[in-house]
Design a protein around this ligand. Structure first.
Ligand code: ADP
Ligand code: ZN
Length: 542
């Protein structure tokens, strides 16, 4: 049953305090919890460490019936289960996964069946087992929390086909309320989550990305030659501890050596190092024995060091999602911190789009037919080898095609031609998306407007005023609107363009008649940044 909002809030605060020991709820937490208790499905977008788990855990205690938590990371499930148990009987939790023993699983099912469990953690593939699904249904869960929900989306950075059927499973459970949790905010990902989980009239809550204690700066490089020295100078000058992100493994080692020569305690970290070495570097950094860690983007998952003062990127990353996530590792303690991005347009990798193309439809259809005919399971290694032999395709290309087919499989089963058509369409759309992410990074680096407002527009969180804590704000360009006779559009104002549809004004780069606009949908559900003539812009149709 749904609670009126005011009552729900009071209850939420009480449980947060009494059961979980949270004296105060954070921005966004309360709102999302109240929406859930008011009977809505909720999509919650918050950065890592923002406190997403509490948002389903607190209402779960208040709702009748157990809560099913779907989470792909088995290792983390155990941590969560133990964490919940610490709060007492009201938050008793169990996990059932391939990592638990048969006996543990039996005990868990017995406990949940007897009504002793408030939380049941499952990996998504477990639900594909009809027996498991039936057991869960019999528990009549009142809430399903889908953790890492971006995994339903092929736009996301770690798409899992297992997640695609969750909507169907949730239907089979009789449609309990659903809360989807993610730190990935790209609008396409959000749409996919709502669609695939079949969420009904969901409330979307996006909070916690502002992080105004982190000062945002961009350094524009004129040439590749000056990059190394500029990066080193800056790395030496900024507050420590500092993470220096570089594009390649080799760069991490070269920079680490150069930083060490400046007399700083530095070490490299990348995915190609032995696990033991990596662990040791990470430990030293955590323990404060390093001033600088020079890393590829392999570094950071699960890093919870509160006092990182600076994050420097020697090269522009390929999406605002990953850039902002990496930046967000600074200043977790709330103290002043900074993020410095070294930018050269040539580093954006836009060239790729003129030299690569989507896979050829005939090839895709050939693979689809081969799978159809042989009943091969592409996730099986032997089957995959056979597919390779039959189609004559290389492993990379085949892998790419198989992934695309898996993604469209649901609606095109048994029709290789339609599947191939759809798969190529999807590949094209993904390319467009990838390109628009790069365009967003270019826009972020080149905007004359407030950088934080720019980022947050992308994430869908509103920041009404320029932040005052970025280089453009300090330079006074953030609010600068060119001086022209007829009223120009203000920064962040919504506008409409005949061809590109609706969007938000992001900046005036030098030329008062050229306006950079972030368009919501141009072509296939994609954000696009375009410089257009001011005279082509209109007020939005309400
Ligand atoms: P996320 O899932 O968003 O990455 P978590 O749910 O793991 O984040 O929360 C991060 C940390 O913040 C946890 O240690 C959690 O206990 C703590 N936390 C969450 N909400 C609050 C709150 N309202 N007050 C204090 N601590 C909180
Ligand atoms: Zn700003």
């Amino acid at each position: 049953a749904a609670l009126p909002r005011e009552e729900a809030l009071a209850e939420v605060r009480r449980v947060a305090r009494e059961v979980f020991g949270y004296e105060q709820l954070r921005e966004g937490q309360e709102e999302a919890m109240a929406a859930l208790l008011a009977g809505h499905d909720v999509l919650l977008v918050m950065p890592t460490g923002g406190g997403k788990s509490a948002v389903y855990q607190v209402p779960a205690v208040l709702m009748q019936g157990p809560t099913l938590v779907v989470s792909p990371l088995i290792a983390l499930q155990q941590d969560q289960v133990e964490g919940l148990r610490e709060h007492g009987a009201e938050t008793e939790a169990y996990a059932v996964s391939s990592a638990t023993s048969a006996r543990e699983r039996r005990e868990a099912w017995e406990a949940v069946r007897q009504g002793d469990a408030e939380f049941l953690f499952l990996a998504p593939e477990q639900l594909a087992n009809p027996e498991v699904l039936e057991r869960v249904r019999a528990l009549r869960p009142s809430l399903v929390a889908v953790d890492e929900a971006h995994a339903v989306s092929s736009w996301g950075h770690d798409f899992r086909p297992d997640y695609l059927r969750l909507g169907e499973f949730i239907d089979a459970l009789g449609r309990p309320r659903v809360i989807a949790l993610t730190a990935t905010a790209a609008p396409q990902v959000r749409d996919d989550i709502v669609e695939h989980l079949r969420m009904r009239d969901p409330e979307v809550v996006v909070k916690g990305f502002a992080r105004t204690n982190i000062d945002l700066q961009v350094v524009r490089l004129r040439s590749d030659a000056e990059k190394r020295d500029e990066v080193l100078l800056r790395t030496a000058a900024e507050a420590k501890p500092l993470i220096l992100y570089t594009a390649t493994r080799r760069d991490t080692e070269e920079y680490a050596e150069a930083v060490a020569e400046l007399g700083l305690r530095a070490a490299a970290y990348h995915g190609g190092m032995r696990a033991g070495d990596r662990e040791e570097v990470q430990q030293r950094f955590m323990a404060g024995e390093l001033d600088v860690i020079v890393a590829t983007n392999a570094f950071g998952m699960g890093i919870d060091k509160a006092d990182i003062r600076t994050v420097v990127h020697a090269t522009v990353p390929d999406s605002p999602d990953s850039y902002y996530q990496e930046v967000g590792r600074a200043g977790r303690d709330g103290e002043p911190s900074s993020a410095v991005l070294f930018y050269r347009p040539e580093d954006l990798g836009l060239r790729r789009f003129f030299t690569t193309s989507a896979p050829d439809e005939e090839q895709v259809e050939q693979v689809a037919r081969a799978i159809e005919r042989t009943g091969a399971d592409p996730s099986d290694r032997d089957d995959r080898a056979e597919l390779r032999e039959r189609t004559g395709l290389g492993p990379r290309k085949l892998g790419r095609i198989v992934n695309l087919l898996e993604d469209v499989e649901d609606d095109r089963r048994g029709d290789p031609h339609a599947a191939a058509e759809r798969a190529v369409e999807l590949a094209e759309a993904q390319r467009t998306m990838e390109r628009s992410r790069l365009e967003m990074m270019r826009g972020y680096a080149e905007t004359t407007g407030c950088r934080r407002q720019f980022m947050l527009s992308y994430f869908g969180e509103e920041l009404p005023e320029p932040c005052g804590h970025c280089d453009t704000c300090r330079a006074g360009t953030a609010e600068e609107v060119p001086d022209v006779a007829d009223a120009p559009f203000a920064l962040q104002e919504r506008v409409r363009h005949e061809q590109f549809g609706e969007g938000v004004v992001m900046g005036y780069e030098g030329d008062p008649d050229r306006v950079t606009v972030l368009f919501d949908e141009s072509g296939y559900r994609t954000l696009a940044l375009e410089a257009v003539r001011r005279s082509d812009l209109l007020e939005p149709a309400d």
